[in-house]
Ligand binder design. Structure first.
Ligand SMILES: Nc1ncnc2c1ncn2[C@@H]1O[C@H](COP(=O)(O)OP(=O)(O)OP(=O)(O)O)[C@@H](O)[C@H]1O
Length: 642
């Protein structure tokens, strides 16, 4: 039982609400600890966040880039019951890498400092409500897309093709046909000479490299089931004129694990180095493990990290304190809330969400996000921001202002700032944080800071006054989802009550444009902001960004009685686990969840008739396939002005 605290314009009587304690991984951190919750007690472990509430870092954001008929996604793992994906054909022809080569040369030659003025020299663009920094979404997207394309194409090759790209010493040929045990090839890159050496090893347990140049580093390890393999010649030259080291640096720039099929019908996995080591590769019942030297790892996140720096217009990471000083006095910083990944602090009129990235330290029971995942989240946020920009331009077909505005991003490095620690501890004393103390971060810890507009208080902790507010909330959320659905096939996929922020005192009407039609919603003084796009799916027009939720089975194992977990399970049914495809019905599922929350978990002034209307709306929701469809329901459309 939780006594909800009064909000600015709350009614005179105290409102008491039962609080739903079972929550999805990422929202656990938003909840106050409640020892009466049996689920929590069951899972109390040494770490504050427990295994069931682990979430996204083990999944990793994925993306598909549209290139003609090429599908450059990483293939999802096949599991029992999963719908087969429509596989687009891998390119039959060898790809012409000249453009990508030119791009990487351009990147190599790129002088960050030129494009990265110091933070003090930013040009500020005055928005209607607050200042924000201009981001060139298409340039960022283009840069990201080119690098993904390059990597995707390299990885789209069948294993046999990759083998053919390995220039062996003249006349070097190997036959693998007669082996009846595991075979692993280690591809060694000798930087000094820009040439390669293929080393072969045969072992039942672990790969042993038979030859290794003193200056070489293992860039990747191929392993496959040798059964059925006849023989293979590897003395082929590289494709086109692409330099071999470019191919390898692209391999090491992202950690990708992908099935590859040789022309000899044997299957195997290409495992690329991920921090410190190549993955364990299992094929044909064999396990092969290759440990990489440290140097090969640092390059791995470089491409994404450099792009992040570019997005932030930085030449190098800055200190956390430098970011906050842009917005407020250090002493005025207060912590507002926490999630599995981020700590949200108020800094003046903005909210800075600090997310540790790229480190080895497990934080809040989670592996830290990688630069490449963050980069895609940045792209997603900017795409949603563009709906706001369009909002200012009345000519646009689809626009709305209900997704939280991301004003800026910053890459930081160093110890957690003392003022942030003070704010963290103050919050902990009052709210009993579920997150790890930030003192644990090492000196070289990197962070991404999302500078956001202040959206107010989350629905879980906000006290609604009356049915009009509840209804307006539903209309505003549905309208925002409908606009984003139509504009960029957006699905939030995690719209629990911690991710809807509310504040009072705004305009009496909010406007949006849907398919060229301008509409307004009565707010009854309440304005809604939707946050946290970590699980969201979006199509930027050139790529689909999504998260393979099936990589984290825990997400679907929450208690049966919990509507939030039921919603994840329903999403799984609706999508058939094809998370990359568009299923606007998932937005409707979250609207059903919201109606349930407003019906069962929130207390506010409402009549019996209001309750009946809300429940019959919920029943009708089953018939809708998208938020856009839902908007036509009279329960919502009565609050809309054309
Ligand atoms: N723009 C904002 N304005 C006000 N409060 C915010 C804002 N962004 C985040 N918060 C607060 O911080 C909390 C955590 O934010 P958020 O959900 O984005 O973090 P997260 O780590 O991504 O969460 P998750 O665990 O869901 O992945 C929110 O529930 C909210 O209380």
């Amino acid at each position: 039982m939780e006594v909800a605290s009064p909000d600015t314009a709350r009614s005179s009587r105290d409102q008491i609400a039962m609080v739903d304690e079972g929550r999805r991984p990422s929202s656990v951190g938003k909840a106050k600890r409640n020892d009466s919750n049996p689920w929590r007690r069951l899972n109390r472990g040494p770490s504050k966040r427990t295994s069931w509430n682990r979430s996204l870092s083990i999944r990793g954001r994925e993306s598909i880039i549209f290139v003609g008929c090429l599908d450059l996604r990483t293939k999802p793992k096949q599991r029992g019951g999963r719908k087969k994906l429509k596989q687009k054909k891998a390119p039959e022809q060898l790809y012409d890498f000249s453009k990508e080569k030119a791009y990487f040369e351009e990147v190599d030659a790129f002088e960050l400092l030129e494009e990265s003025p110091s933070p003090n020299r930013f040009t500020w663009k005055m928005g209607t409500d607050y200042e924000c920094i201009e981001h060139d979404l298409s340039a960022i997207l283009g840069r990201w897309r080119r690098s993904k394309l390059f990597l995707g194409r390299c990885m789209a090759w069948p294993l046999s093709k990759i083998m053919e790209t390995i220039p062996a010493p003249s006349g070097y040929t190997t036959s693998v046909g007669s082996f009846n045990h595991g075979v692993a090839y280690s591809l060694s890159q000798i930087r000094e000479t820009s040439s390669f050496e293929l080393s072969e090893s045969k072992s039942n347990s672990a790969t042993q490299k038979s030859t290794r140049e003193p200056h070489s580093e293992v860039a990747s390890n191929f392993s496959f089931d040798p059964r059925g393999v006849s023989s293979r010649s590897v003395n082929k030259s590289l494709i086109g004129d692409l330099r071999a080291d470019s191919v390898l640096s692209s391999f090491s720039a992202l950690s990708i694990k992908q099935k590859a099929t040789t022309t000899d019908k044997c299957e195997g996995e290409i495992a690329l180095s991920e921090n410190k080591a190549c993955k364990v590769v299992e094929a044909g019942g064999m396990k092969n493990l290759v440990t990489l030297p440290r140097e090969s790892c640092d390059g791995e996140s470089l491409a994404a990290f450099e792009q992040l720096l570019m997005v932030c217009k930085q030449s190098s990471p800055i200190k956390l304190s430098e970011v906050f000083l842009n917005y407020c006095d250090a002493s005025s910083i207060i912590k507002l809330g926490e999630g599995t990944y981020g700590e949200a602090f108020r800094a003046g009129e903005t909210v800075c969400k600090v997310v540790p990235i790229d480190g080895d330290l497990v934080v809040n029971g989670e592996v830290q996000k990688k630069s490449e995942e963050v980069l895609e989240e940045v792209l997603l946020s900017l795409t949603l921001n563009s709906l706001r920009e369009q909002h200012k331009n009345s000519e646009k077909l689809n626009s709305c202002g209900s997704f939280i505005e991301t004003k800026d991003f910053r890459v930081c490095q160093g110890l957690y700032d003392t003022n942030l620690i003070r704010a963290w501890e103050d919050w902990d004393a009052k709210n009993n944080s579920e997150n790890d103390h930030p003192c644990a971060f090492p000196e070289d810890q990197r962070y991404i800071v999302f500078v956001l507009a202040d959206g107010g208080k989350d629905l879980e902790n906000f006290v609604l006054l009356n049915f009009n507010e509840a209804r307006s909330l539903l209309v505003q959320v549905t309208a925002a989802l409908a606009v984003a659905e139509v504009a960029c096939e957006f699905e939030h996929r995690d719209l629990h009550w911690g991710n809807i922020l509310l504040r009072r005192g705004g305009a009496t009407m909010v406007d949006f444009t849907l398919e060229g039609k301008k509409k307004s919603v009565s707010t009854f003084g309440l304005s809604v902001s939707i946050i946290d796009f970590t699980l969201s799916r979006i199509s930027t027009g050139e790529a689909v960004l999504f998260l393979n939720l099936s990589s984290d089975p825990e997400l679907f194992k929450g208690p049966k009685w919990n509507i939030q977990f039921e919603t994840y399970r329903r999403m799984k049914e609706v999508t058939g686990e094809c998370w990359e495809e568009s299923f606007p019905k998932t937005n409707v599922l979250w609207l059903m969840y919201l109606v349930d929350i407003l019906d069962k978990k929130k207390i506010y002034e409402r009549s019996i008739k209001d309750e009946r209307n809300l429940r019959s709306f919920k029943r009708r929701l089953h018939n809708f396939e998208s938020a856009k469809d839902t908007l036509s329901d009279p329960f919502l459309s009565e609050l809309l002005d054309d």
